[in-house]
Ligand binder design. Structure first.
Ligand code: ADP
Ligand code: ZN
Ligand code: ZN
Length: 726
């Protein structure tokens, strides 16, 4: 017998299966989807079996045998194998990459560290009638102690087989049982809060539950605090009642530990949790809970969409507009698309939920491709907060560059009332750049076309793109002047200013304070326990957090995301402002939001302040229509990267010409142009943008382009279908 095996070779997108002989002793053990090791050239590689054949015709090279079978049961089941093919086809990524992306590290082919399941050993009494007799006669206190303990407690966890236990085993009085032990522990210290659902929530739950068994997509547009999480949990309960399973995706669990808590309180041990904050072993254990059929619910970030549950009853994607649901490297898949593919396979509905649905999803709902469900009011006692926009141009004249007069007053008021405050500033570090007042020279990264950020705590200048860091210098590199000034504002400086000006306990959450495992959770817990009055942070504080004592949210600079050169920057700004506003006044105390901006008339800021998603949607759709952007046109980004400056221009032109020559006349090809930041880590990046509605030449053209460059070592041509950013 023979097997066709796929292995991962290098980083390039090469897709090929290789045929190996199945040795006799493995013939009735191998299964499609299992991993094996094979000799490949001079290396030993791991690969997946994709096909098993009884005979082979005309082979003109010498076949080798499979060396070793790694798995007893397939790692890739039938659905995953099919799904991998579809993703490979849709994203132009190699099949092997598409298979690998579905698996935790410990189960990928060619992983470096072997991880095994961990077992605990227990001893239990055997059903024997000589136990009492034995106990009476027994002269050894240790044996007696164990036996009486077992009579009382039924079982005992042991760490090693000592002589006492060995003797008891020999006398057939006890037996050993091994049970799998899971390394990931999440602590829950509060109680599950059962609420009485309101009619709107009940109606959403009913509509989705009534569609169990049909592959249908719902879009739930529900304001922040409308009780969407409650709705999700009820739908999942209904799926469990029907003996089905459920996947629940959240943007990034390490940022929203509260959701884990709520789910584990409601569903106890019936959930597995998959997210990037887990160690490889913990992740492997959580995955084992799924494959062993022990849990019916999977809660996780993007890649949890591949959880190998069988009999899925419902797939939920919370905060569906979040950009992290799209993977930026190969395979460049979107979790929403995978959800819909899996819903067709399992014949189950998909529920997308958000307070600010992506324009794409809302447009699909408007076109009845998705069914729209709405929750327009907050569920509990909380109300949507009152939002004020502060024109910083005016405050700047009064000398307020960081905190406006209004925000200052509000901070003082809330501190006096012992309420909590969240301040958002979407830039980490101390200042955004260091500039010479004499000659105007700015500290730049030597590897990138970007200015360095000053980090005061470490006294370093850092590049946020390539990681370059250097000690802060006191003399201008160009003219030697010591008159250097730091411009711009980062979270570090904001924290410092707050400490100077207010008598308050302040904690900061950004990439610099959360690099250690569990650091997010610690900050969130301590803020929730009211050990701090003010939480300062980047956008990682905007998502999903629920702190009842927070009555004031301040956005220090709403323009940061607005000024980003991308067609989605208004949408992102609207989403961010709405999300962060949603953190205020979630319980009985009313919430207030203050947005500081230099663009106080911008529609995305004005409409976010009015909680008016629908008007924003209509306004933004008009602009997208005028500019031929998504969702009116599909967008594809073709980027050309190389370390060779000259080559970058040459190849970019060739790619642009090729696309123009081969795509339909109704398709637009823009560029090539230099990327927003032309050079990152000494790689030059150019790009072409394809905009199309329908183009039957598209697939072949992209395929050819991909094939042509995938073995080129000097230039990397990447194709990103529906990219997050341009
Ligand atoms: P969302 O996910 O839409 O932001 P949540 O589900 O987190 O909203 O609900 C917000 C708050 O309202 C939570 O504290 C939740 O317990 C509470 N809540 C949800 N539904 C109800 C209800 N029907 N009655 C009272 N409180 C509710
Ligand atoms: Zn750099
Ligand atoms: Zn200078």
């Amino acid at each position: 017998m023979y097997a066709k095996i796929i292995v991962e070779i290098g980083v390039k997108n090469v897709d090929k299966t290789f045929t190996y002989i199945i040795p006799n002793d493995l013939q009735n053990k191998v299964k499609v989807g299992c991993r094996v090791t094979v000799e490949f050239g001079k290396q030993i590689l791991e690969g997946f079996i994709l096909e098993i054949l009884n005979t082979l015709d005309n082979i003109d090279y010498e076949l080798k045998e499979i060396k070793e079978l790694i798995d007893e049961e397939p790692i890739l089941n039938k659905e995953m194998l099919e799904l991998g093919n579809i993703i490979s086809n849709k994203t132009l990524s190699s099949k092997i990459k598409c298979y690998q992306v579905m698996l935790p590290k410990a189960l990928k082919a060619s992983h470096k560290t072997k991880i095994n399941k961990k077992m605990d050993k227990y001893i239990l009494l055997n059903d024997t009638n000589n136990l009492e007799e034995y106990l009476k006669k027994c002269k050894y206190p240790k044996q007696k102690e164990i036996l009486t303990n077992l009579i009382k407690n039924k079982e005992l966890k042991i760490t090693k087989l000592d002589s006492t236990i060995k003797t008891l085993l020999k006398h057939n009085l006890i037996k050993i049982e091994e049970r799998e032990y899971y390394r990931y522990n999440y602590n829950t210290n509060s109680k599950d809060k059962k609420v009485i659902l309101n009619n709107d929530q009940q109606s959403v739950i009913n509509k989705v539950t009534n569609s169990f068994g049909t592959p249908k997509t719902f879009l739930l547009y529900g304001v922040t605090g409308a009780g969407k999480t409650e709705v999700y949990m009820n739908i999942i309960e209904n799926a469990i009642k029907e003996e089905k399973t459920a996947i629940m995706l959240v943007p990034e669990i390490s940022l929203t530990p509260q959701i884990v808590e709520r789910f584990s309180l409601r569903f106890n041990n019936n959930i597995a949790i998959l997210h990037s904050g887990l160690s490889d072993t913990e992740r492997y254990d959580e995955y084992r809970k799924i494959t062993s059929g022990q849990v019916k619910i999977v809660v996780g970030a993007r890649s949890a969409i591949f959880a190998p549950l069988t009999n899925i009853g419902i797939i939920i994607i919370d905060e569906e507009h979040t950009s992290t649901y799209k993977q930026d490297n190969d395979p460049k898949y979107h979790a929403r698309d995978i959800a819909i593919l899996r819903s067709q396979y399992h014949k189950c509905p998909v529920l997308l939920g958000s307070a600010t649905p992506s324009l794409e999803s809302m447009a699909r709902a408007a076109n009845k491709v998705y069914e729209l469900l709405t929750l327009t009011k907050r569920a509990g006692s909380g109300h949507l907060p009152k939002v004020s926009i502060i024109d910083m141009k005016k405050d700047l004249k009064k000398g307020n560059f960081i905190i406006s007069e209004s925000l200052d007053n509000k901070i003082k008021e809330k501190l006096a009332k012992k309420e909590q405050i969240i301040l958002l500033l979407n830039r980490r570090g101390y200042s955004s750049m260091l500039t010479c007042n004499k000659c105007g020279e700015t500290a730049k990264c030597p590897n990138c076309d970007i200015s360095l950020t000053y980090h005061k705590n470490s006294n370093m200048l850092r590049c946020h793109y390539c990681g370059y860091a250097t000690l802060k210098y006191n003399k201008c590199k160009a003219c030697g002047s010591t008159d250097l000034k730091d411009y711009g504002l980062g979270t570090e400086r904001l924290e410092e200013e707050l400490k100077k000006n207010y008598n308050a306990r302040i904690i900061r959450m950004d990439m610099d304070t959360t690099s250690k495992k569990g650091a997010h959770q610690k900050i969130i817990d301590s803020f929730a326990n009211h050990e701090y009055d003010i939480l300062v942070g980047t956008q990682m504080i905007a998502k999903g957090l629920d702190f009842p004592l927070v009555t004031l949210v301040g956005v220090i600079n709403a323009d940061a995301s607005l000024n980003f050169p991308d067609f989605r920057s208004s949408e992102r700004t609207f989403q961010l402002l709405s999300q962060v506003s949603g953190r205020a006044g979630r319980a009985d105390k009313p919430g207030e939001v203050i947005i500081q901006t230099y663009n106080n008339n911008h529609y995305s800021i004005v409409l976010a302040s009015k909680h008016d998603y629908l008007s924003f949607y209509l306004e933004e759709m008009k602009i997208r229509k005028q500019l031929n952007y998504s969702p009116y046109y599909y967008i594809i980004l073709v980027s050309i990267s190389t370390k060779d400056y000259e080559l970058s221009f040459k190849v970019a032109k060739k790619v642009g010409d090729y696309l123009r020559d081969n795509l339909s006349p109704t398709t637009y090809v823009l560029g090539p142009t230099m990327a927003n930041i032309f050079r990152i880590n000494n790689v030059y990046k150019q790009q072409c943008i394809i905009k199309y509605k329908q183009d039957n030449k598209l697939k072949q053209t992209l395929f050819n382009l991909n094939e042509h460059y995938k073995t080129n070592n000097k230039v990397n041509v990447e194709i990103d279908i529906n990219p997050n950013r341009l």
